[in-house]
Design a protein around this ligand. Structure first.
Ligand SMILES: Nc1ncnc2c1ncn2[C@@H]1O[C@H](COP(=O)(O)OP(=O)(O)OP(=O)(O)O)[C@@H](O)[C@H]1O
Ligand SMILES: [Mg+2]
Length: 192
C-alpha cells in the first residue's frame, strides 16, 4: 500500500481486526523497521533520522499505552519534562482529566498502582492523551482503543482527541464514528 498525509491533515485508517492497522501505525515512530518500502516524513526517509530526533516530532498513543507506576504528575510530564506547571494544568484541562485528578486525595501527587490507586481504562487513556497534548509534537499517531465505550467517556475522549489533533498532521486508527467523521481522508484496508 502507499499513501501520503498532507501537512496538518488527518488520515483515518479503518479495516477489520487483524488487517494491519496497528502494524502500519507502528512503522511511523520506527517501532518496527519496514522490511520493504519506505516511510518518509517531509521527503526524508525515517531510517536516515536519528530515533531520538524523530521522537521529538511524533506523539503517539497506542491501543495498549499504559501509565507508569509513578505519580500522575510524572506520568503527564513525561510528554515534556521541561513543561511548567501552568502548561501541565492546561494539558490536564484539554485532555478532560481535571475530574480524575480532583477525586484523588493526593491530586497530581497520587501514585498509580500503589495502595489500590488504579484508574479505569478510559481514565488512563485520558491521562495518556494529556501527556501527548503536553508534548505538542507536529505529528500525531493514534491507535484508538475500542474499549471504554460508555457514552460519557466516549464524549470526553473525543474532546481530548480533538484538542490533541488540532493543527497537527495525524494518522489515526479510528474505531469511533466521531473520530472517523472528523478525518480529512479515510483509508479502508480491505481484502488483505
Ligand atoms: N511479526 C509478525 N509477523 C507476521 N505477522 C504478524 C506479526 N505481528 C503481527 N502479525 C499479524 O499481522 C496482522 C495484523 O495485525 P495488526 O495488529 O496490525 O491488526 P489491526 O488491524 O491493528 O487489528 P485490531 O483492529 O484488532 O487492532 C495480525 O493477523 C497479526 O497476527
Ligand atoms: Mg490494532
Amino acid at each position: 500500500m502507499s499513501f501520503s498525509i498532507p501537512q496538518r491533515k488527518t488520515v483515518a485508517l479503518v479495516g477489520a481486526s487483524g488487517s494491519g492497522k496497528t502494524t502500519i501505525a507502528r512503522l511511523v515512530p520506527r517501532f518496527w523497521e519496514a522490511s520493504q518500502g519506505q516511510v518518509l516524513i517531509a521527503g526524508i526517509n525515517m531510517k536516515d533520522i536519528d530515533q531520538k530526533e524523530l521522537m521529538k516530532h511524533i506523539s503517539f498513543v497506542f491501543q495498549n499505552t499504559k501509565l507508569f507506576k509513578t505519580t500522575l504528575l510524572e506520568n503527564i510530564k513525561y510528554g515534556n519534562p521541561d513543561a511548567t506547571m501552568e502548561e501541565v494544568e492546561k494539558a490536564i484541562d484539554m485532555a478532560q482529566c481535571r475530574e480524575i485528578i480532583d477525586k484523588q486525595p493526593l491530586g497530581l501527587n497520587t501514585k498509580i498502582g500503589t495502595e489500590g490507586t488504579y484508574l479505569s481504562g478510559g481514565e488512563q487513556q485520558r491521562i495518556v492523551l494529556a501527556r501527548a497534548i503536553l508534548k505538542n509534537a507536529p505529528i500525531v499517531v493514534l491507535d484508538e482503543a475500542t474499549a471504554f465505550a460508555d457514552p460519557e467517556n466516549e464524549h470526553l475522549i473525543h474532546k481530548a482527541l480533538s484538542e490533541l489533533t488540532k493543527g497537527k498532521t495525524v494518522l489515526m486508527i479510528a474505531h469511533r464514528l466521531t473520530s472517523i467523521t472528523d478525518a480529512d481522508n479515510i483509508l479502508v484496508i480491505d481484502k488483505v
